[in-house]
Write a protein that binds this ligand. Structure first.
Ligand code: ATP
Ligand code: ATP
Ligand code: MG
Ligand code: MG
Lengths: 228, 228
């Protein structure tokens, strides 16, 4: 269970202050399929990065499975991130000097759960699942936008994380490729993974069992749309 | 008029060859509103970059208003790019050390059509049109994904180009913000600008007077949907 209690995030720019998140409270159960929507600039990526332990809130309390993350040190946070969490960035954040295959393998190298030849096999399989088996040796600047997005997705899944966070994972994909990606997330959720997706696609609003709508750094509403 | 005759584009990677565009022929009239769609990896960005004189084809002939671009040198091409063409990149390509305002002003500084105080005024106006008047002094890493996308759009319009090329300009925007951007493109087209948009959004297919569908580096079909 992930619990957020009155989470805020303030960005300081000189003497100007941007209140990206004002007061956010909700909980996510194991195995939830959560859709987060809201206008551009409403705080979705900020929220997702705090959920993924990639950033800390300015105030408020977060607990993951009962442990308060504010009480964790950097090493403990890094461990949670690497073992439990798979994160698909809105801007992909692929390493430009590595191929699609190497980018996908990177979390496994840090995670030390998959070893040796198993890593390459698993990475190839994941890239095949996202339709990229003919592009595994391309570097990011030798890939289309949607292909880079799919490498970012494969990489996020490579350590078999229990929580998958995806920031607009189909934004650069045609309808068919987008459907195939959503089928992957659906299957992972059916197998027990917690899936949290930020999206601008209104068709996705009903795909999960929970819909969180943000506006101006606040939760406008939460809809529980199905059985968990 | 832009004319493409049997345009191909081959990327070489060692002894492997990627035929990103195989043989593309079509013409675009002044004032057209062209929508380009197709699966991820089908060659849309490659085609748009060649249309925008940002890249050269491997074979085939392009003419813009009767002049063959293959006969132009780098300076002449750069002049066409800067004065006639506004390009919105799929990956935004904003300069990280410049603010939204400075990024938007950059083409005007090179173009030398707008001068002095007029540049700042025009840049502020464009940023207001895309809903960013409260973010003009933010640098790209202080902006959300959709805000960066909108700076890229403002920048593409800053030199008042006669041809606007936009590569998935609403991919990171919610439905409402996306509508507002499309209204801007619609108004520019009504005022005589040629607008060419690559998109994955099926709702946009009928927005133009011409629809070009790509598949595997070839034109699958061209639909002329309205009066130019
Ligand atoms: N520098 C390069 N070297 C090798 N292959 C490349 C290079 N750039 C692009 N490609 C390949 O060319 C094909 C077309 O790429 P392009 O970026 O035009 O696709 P696209 O239609 O824009 O896709 P998307 O919808 O995902 O953005 C892709 O399969 C891509 O892998
Ligand atoms: N480092 C920063 N400094 C100042 N302001 C920031 C910073 N990062 C983000 N912001 C602001 O915080 C707000 C929320 O940003 P966030 O990226 O979470 O939005 P978002 O909902 O993901 O938007 P989009 O749909 O466009 O991706 C935005 O208005 C943005 O300008
Ligand atoms: Mg975002
Ligand atoms: Mg593209």
């Amino acid at each position: 269970v992930i619990e957020f209690k009155e989470i805020s995030k303030v960005y300081k720019m000189g003497d100007v202050q941007v209140n990206a998140l004002k007061s956010i409270s909700f909980s996510i159960e194991h195995g939830d399929y959560v859709i987060i929507m809201g206008p551009s600039g409403s705080g979705k990526s900020t929220l997702l990065q705090i959920l993924g332990c990639l950033d800390r809130p300015s105030s408020g309390e977060i607990s993951i499975d009962g442990t308060q993350t504010s009480k964790m040190n950097e090493d403990q946070l890094a461990k949670v991130r690497n073992r439990k969490i798979g994160f698909v960035f809105q801007g992909f954040n692929l390493l430009p000097k590595l191929t699609a295959l190497e980018n996908t393998m990177l979390p496994m190298i840090y995670g030390n759960v998959y070893k040796g030849k198993e890593r390459t096999e698993r990475a190839k399989e994941l890239l095949q699942d996202v339709g990229l088996n003919e592009r595994i040796n391309h570097r990011p600047n030798q890939l289309s936008g949607g292909q880079q997005q799919r490498v970012a997705i494969a990489r996020a899944l490579s350590n078999n994380p229990s929580i998958i966070l995806a920031d607009e994972p189909t934004g650069n994909l045609d309808t068919q490729s987008g459907k195939e990606i959503l089928e992957i997330f659906g299957r992972l959720n059916s197998s027990g993974k917690t899936v949290i997706i930020v999206t601008h696609d209104p068709d996705m609003a009903k795909k999960g069992n929970k819909l969180i709508k943000l506006r101006d750094g606040l939760i406008e509403k939460i809809e529980v749309t199905g059985i968990g």
